[in-house]
Design a protein around this ligand. Structure first.
Ligand code: HDE
Length: 734
């Protein structure tokens, strides 16, 4: 299933990067290696005489009744009947991997937690990415928030940092969580639509909760349709606290920033992938890890000293607000790497269970009312999903010793030898730990107030950061938000819903509200309901995302060939793509041998043009070769590949005869192609029309051009997408 980069490279990669850890060793105790020679048995160990026929009465001529007596058939069917557990009530669809976390700079100014201060430590982790609204079998590429949940198996206990790829949330108080989720999930009368926010109830909720305005702008932005889990930021969202050795407390927010940059699909691609490859993100993560191109994130913290809590115009405990980076810079301390795929989906990715309440000494909570509710909810939900002993499951158990007097319950399997199961006991067995022994330190926070169902004053401002976000977007990102809103509101049939939402957009930006209204209907807003403050902040736009070195590593590049392809161009591109740790995928008219012009080289394509689609790759390259190009030019699907890749703003490379094919298929005079031995780059279309050299000097020029061709193509691929096509309106023929 995973597309592997050529074997030699892959092995070399794996050789330099190990991936064992305390947790992997711990799991090994429980992992059953399947031996091919072992015989089938029942669950109670008796060898099966057959696995194909249940016990029945038979005679020479007749099939008789099946016997209930048969324990083998009963066991098989009964075990199967109970294979399912309830799926997660949210974040049901997910995918995970093992890895390691390391701090390269001690965060001792903020915390005494060794996981964040000991630079010699490597902490094993399991990370689970997810969508929020869809069921377990829904598609990966739907528009949604993505979960980014990390379990750190530290020596001081498990720390669960359960975050999202968007730094804010829809609501401020956890009591509203069932409402926001009910409104987003399929509607109650007909269970439609699946894994979509494009429906009446979701947008009805957004209108009725002005506090959701900031978050829905993020969800409608490109952050809602990531290209890959590996190309998303992660945010703890809630405000946590940290305590340092001096006893000083800071309010903190956690941030993960991917080495590969933050990149998204385009909407048309996301829609198509939902049908063409519903497991797109799952496969992508799996493939990158198998190929040894391990995803990595920098770990950062935004910190506010206790004394500064009230210095901001927003409440720092309000999860619908970001802490703008120009006000509270991110301090980077460590790195997360994912380097091992799970051995079994159910017992690892499905059975892993997170709790925001699980923090280690040196890390604590704040009075963020969303976090306080979450701290109750996660443990509670595990009770119905996995049962009271869920923390004994291999994937959930800590790597440090666990000792307490929690006992019994369904499916308990630790056997504890002791005559007492309570504290204090006459033997003084199993005392709590002092601070010096590593006992959790509670911060003595002074709290005073009146008991009331109310929110602090600054929680009541709901639009300022929605405007900040909108103002900070590039032109392309603003277009995408407008188009996303226009798509979503078009799917709301109730005129009250889309009519009111169009008015709501005028609280953010009048131009946005009017453009949306033109597309979806409703009464045209004529004036801004609220003045836009005009401010911008860094770190919100993903297009201008800083600190990332563009790379082609792990990108999929399709090479389109038919019989008669140019073996030199093919071979050079294939080798260079692999050397760049990208994944070359040969696509032909059929998955059977294709021969190069003049023989001497042949290849069996990985896939044929109909089965695999341009949506599944990041770029395409078409080598020349007269016959190959002629065949492709008569194949409608091949032409669609080129046109669709262009429409989705992907890099396209062509050499020799393929240059004319690309030019005529795109058919836009704005896109210029190579006419001689020179490399031409235009709107991310990189071409080199080789001509037969007539002199030595010309041969040298062509050779130089050929080298420059791949550099140019790889540069275009590493840019992720060619935004100029969209800005100049050239991307419409998909
Ligand atoms: Fe969750 N959330 N959540 N959530 N959440 C769950 O716990 C909840 C919120 C997040 O891969 C549930 O084990 C409440 C914010 C992730 O297993 C449940 C509130 C953020 C995952 C739950 C929130 C998240 C969950 C369902 C509002 C970003 C998947 C299954 C107060 C910081 C974890 C489960 C995984 C899962 C409750 C809001 C992230 C029901 C009550 C904000 C990534 O306990």
């Amino acid at each position: 299933m995973a597309h592997l980069i050529p074997e030699t490279l892959q092995k070399a990669q794996h050789a330099v990067m190990g991936h064992s850890s305390d947790k992997i060793n711990d799991l090994a105790k429980e992992t059953k290696e399947t031996s091919a020679s072992a015989r089938l048995t029942t669950d109670y160990g008796v060898k099966l005489p057959t696995a194909d026929d249940s016990l029945k009465i038979v005679s020479d001529s007749q099939q008789g009744p099946t016997l209930l007596e048969d324990p083998f058939a009963r066991e098989r069917i009964m075990r199967f009947d109970h294979e399912r557990i309830p799926e997660r009530v949210v974040h049901a669809r997910g995918s995970g991997a093992f890895g390691k976390f390391k701090v390269y700079k001690s965060a001792e100014n903020l915390t005494f937690a060794p996981v964040l201060t000991d630079t010699s430590r490597e902490t094993p982790v399991f990370v689970r990415f997810s969508t929020v609204l869809g069921s377990r079998g829904s598609a990966d590429t739907v528009r949604d928030v993505r979960g980014f949940a990390i379990k750190f198996y530290t020596q001081e206990g498990n720390w669960d940092l359960v975050g999202n790829d968007i730094p804010v949330f829809f609501i401020q108080d956890a009591i509203k969580f069932p409402d926001v989720i009910h409104a987003g999930k399929p509607e109650p009368h007909n269970e439609v639509p699946q894994a979509q926010t494009a429906h009446n109830n979701f947008w009805d909720f957004q209108f009725n909760h002005t506090e959701a305005t900031h978050m829905f702008m993020w969800a409608m932005s490109d952050r809602g349709i990531p290209r890959s889990y590996r190309m998303m930021q992660g945010f703890g969202v809630n405000t946590f606290t940290m305590l340092n050795a001096k006893g000083e407390r800071h309010f903190v927010k956690f941030v993960w920033t991917p080495d590969l940059g933050v990149h998204s699909l385009v909407w048309d691609e996301a829609l198509k992938l939902a049908g063409q490859d519903p497991d797109f993100h799952r496969k992508d993560l799996w493939e990158a890890i198998e190929n040894g191109v391990y995803p990595k994130w920098k770990f950062g913290v935004q910190a506010i000293a206790e004394a500064d809590e009230h210095k901001f115009e927003f409440d720092i405990l309000d999860a619908t607000k970001v802490w703008p980076e120009n006000l509270v810079p991110i301090q980077y301390f460590g790195e997360l790497e994912l380097n091992r795929n799970p051995d079994e989906f159910f017992t690892q990715t499905e059975q892993i269970a997170f709790c925001t309440s699980h923090v280690v000494p040196g890390i604590g909570f704040s009075n963020d009312p969303l976090l306080q509710g979450r701290n109750f909810s996660y443990f509670d939900t595990q009770l119905s999903r996995l049962g009271v002993n869920w923390q004994e499951l291999p994937i959930n158990r800590p790597v440090c010793p666990v000792m307490n007097f929690n006992r019994d319950g369904a499916m308990r399997h630790t056997i504890t030898k002791s005559t007492v199961n309570y504290w204090p006991n006459r033997f003084e067995h199993n005392k709590p730990a002092s601070h010096e022994e590593g006992g959790y330190v509670e911060y003595a926070e002074k709290v005073a107030g009146i008991k009331a169902r109310a929110r602090a004053p600054k929680f009541k401002e709901h639009f300022s950061q929605a405007q900040l976000f909108w103002n900070s977007m590039s032109k392309v990102e603003q277009n995408h938000i407008l188009n996303a809103l226009a798509f979503e509101l078009d799917h709301c049939e109730d005129p009250v819903v889309y009519g009111r939402m169009v008015q709501r957009l005028a609280d953010i930006d009048l131009g946005l509200a009017q453009a949306a209204c033109e597309m979806v209907g409703g009464e045209m807003p004529m004036e801004a309901t609220r003045a836009n403050h005009g401010r911008k902040a860094p770190g919100l736009s993903q297009v201008e995302f800083p600190g990332v070195t563009p790379t082609i590593a792990s990108r999929r590049v399709a090479i389109l060939v038919a019989d008669g392809y140019d073996k030199v161009a093919y071979g050079a591109a294939y080798a260079a793509i692999s050397a760049g740790l990208a994944v070359p995928l040969v696509i032909g008219p059929r998955r059977a041998k294709v021969t190069a012009a003049g023989g001497g080289h042949e290849v069996t394509p990985h896939h044929h043009l109909e089965a695999f689609r341009s949506t599944m790759v990041d770029a395409i390259f078409i080598p020349g070769g007269e016959q190959s190009v002629r065949t492709l030019s008569k194949n409608g699907r091949a032409l669609h590949w080129i046109r669709e890749a262009f429409g989705h703003l992907k890099a396209i490379g062509a050499t020799g005869e393929a240059v004319d094919l690309v030019q005529s298929t795109i058919g836009l005079s704005e896109v210029q192609v190579s006419a001689t031995g020179d490399v031409h780059e235009s709107y991310g279309v990189v071409t080199l029309k080789q001509v037969k050299p007539e002199s030595f000097a010309e041969a040298v020029k062509i050779a130089k051009g050929a080298a420059g061709f791949l550099d140019n193509l790889f540069y275009a691929i590493a840019q992720h997408r060619n935004w100029d096509r969209e800005l100049d309106g050239l991307n419409t023929q998909i």
